[in-house]
Write a protein that binds this ligand. Structure first.
Ligand code: TXA
Ligand code: MG
Length: 323
């Protein structure tokens, strides 16, 4: 079983494992990541192995500072402006990859672009000390909900990894927003921890929607799936369902729910995002066959919350392809 070590004491053991080409689960401000040295093919392969994730799916390379970022990818003025505004933070930029940067091709899945992000807190410090970028997908097995606590990581991946660094519950609770810088502008590949409108305000252009060519593969239908089936935007609770609530007003029949978790009593979307994955997991553990979900408004972080809920509700009869 993996050791769970609090962040302050975990820096040295995490560094030693990463230097040895092992993987380590680390806290970031969005969700926990399963990190390995992005320049070491064996380390990257171990990430895929631990997650049970199909290999064609590219990973995010996490950097400590702009100098490291610019050694890996080519920034134009617009991408530099976004990095300055939102890094460190929950924004991932997909940029042209510098082939000579030493990023292992398993990280970029052989693409000529690379997804880059500068995380806050422990991850940033770890990368600075290592002196190399960390490839890190969310620390969950393929097809499962992203982990927002060290306990959730250990329950899922504990038998397959050596160390989970415990930084407490992740403050944002949703994965980063992924934006691809294209000739004609910016494309939103995955809504996430920074609202699209906040990015548009800094960029001065509207985000293009709808992925073309290679998608942000976090976008395949059934994703973030709990064991229970999900029923979205419910208007009435059916007896025996668990209820994922939002806001101060309850849906008709809510007293019949076997378990209730409210994403945010006061209807705050930031609070709801931070609670989303752990509350889905908690309701799943209630044993209910169905989790009914109250409507969540689509503005701000609501876009990313509704995106994750829709994936969790997608039919499971198709083979799971990603997470
Ligand atoms: O908040 C986050 O982004 C977390 C933390 C750990 O940083 N990471 C995360 O990674 O969510 P992951 O691997 O679960 O999702 C990364 C997404 C995937 O959908 C992947 O396909 C997409 O980024 N991606 C990576 N490289 C890409 C590229 N070159 N072009 C398009 N999409 C890319
Ligand atoms: Mg993921």
């Amino acid at each position: 079983m993996a050791d769970i070590i609090p962040a302050p004491e975990a820096l040295e053991p995490a560094l030693a494992l990463l230097e040895a080409g092992e993987v380590v689960a680390i806290p970031t401000e969005t969700v926990y990541g399963l990190a390995g040295d992005a320049t070491n093919g064996q380390a990257v392969a171990r990430i895929f192995e631990a997650k049970g994730r199909p290999r064609f799916n590219p990973l995010i390379a996490h950097v400590a500072d702009m100098a490291m970022a610019e050694r890996i990818a080519i920034f134009d003025p617009l991408s530099r402006r976004l990095a300055e505004a939102f890094w460190p933070g929950p924004l991932t930029l997909v940029l042209p990859l510098r082939q000579e940067a030493g990023i292992h091709p398993l990280v970029s899945a052989g693409l000529d672009t690379i997804a880059l992000r500068m995380p806050k807190g422990f991850g940033g410090e770890l990368i600075r000390r290592l002196g190399r970028p960390l490839a890190a997908p969310s620390a969950n097995s393929s097809g499962r909900i992203s982990a927002t606590t060290a306990r959730a990581v250990a329950d899922d991946l504990g038998a397959r990894i050596k160390l989970v660094v415990d930084g407490g519950a992740t403050p944002v609770g949703l994965e980063s927003t992924i934006v691809k810088v294209e000739q004609g502008g910016l494309r939103l590949l995955r809504p996430g921890g920074i609202a699209a409108t906040d990015i548009e305000a800094v960029a001065g252009v509207l985000l293009l929607r709808g992925a073309v060519g290679i998608q942000a593969p976090g976008m395949l239908a059934s994703h973030y799936a709990p064991g229970a089936a999900m029923r979205l935007s419910v208007e009435r609770i059916v007896k025996g369902e668990a209820l994922l609530a939002f806001g101060p007003k309850r849906t008709a029949g809510w007293q019949d729910a076997v378990a209730v978790k409210n994403l945010s009593e006061r209807g705050d979307l930031t609070e709801a995002a931070a609670n989303l994955f752990s509350f889905m997991q908690a309701l799943d553990r209630s044993g209910a066959a169905v989790i009914a979900v109250e409507p969540v408004p689509q503005d701000g972080l609501g876009e990313a919350i509704n995106d994750r809920l829709a994936r969790a509700a997608a039919p499971r009869d198709k083979p799971l392809v990603e997470t």
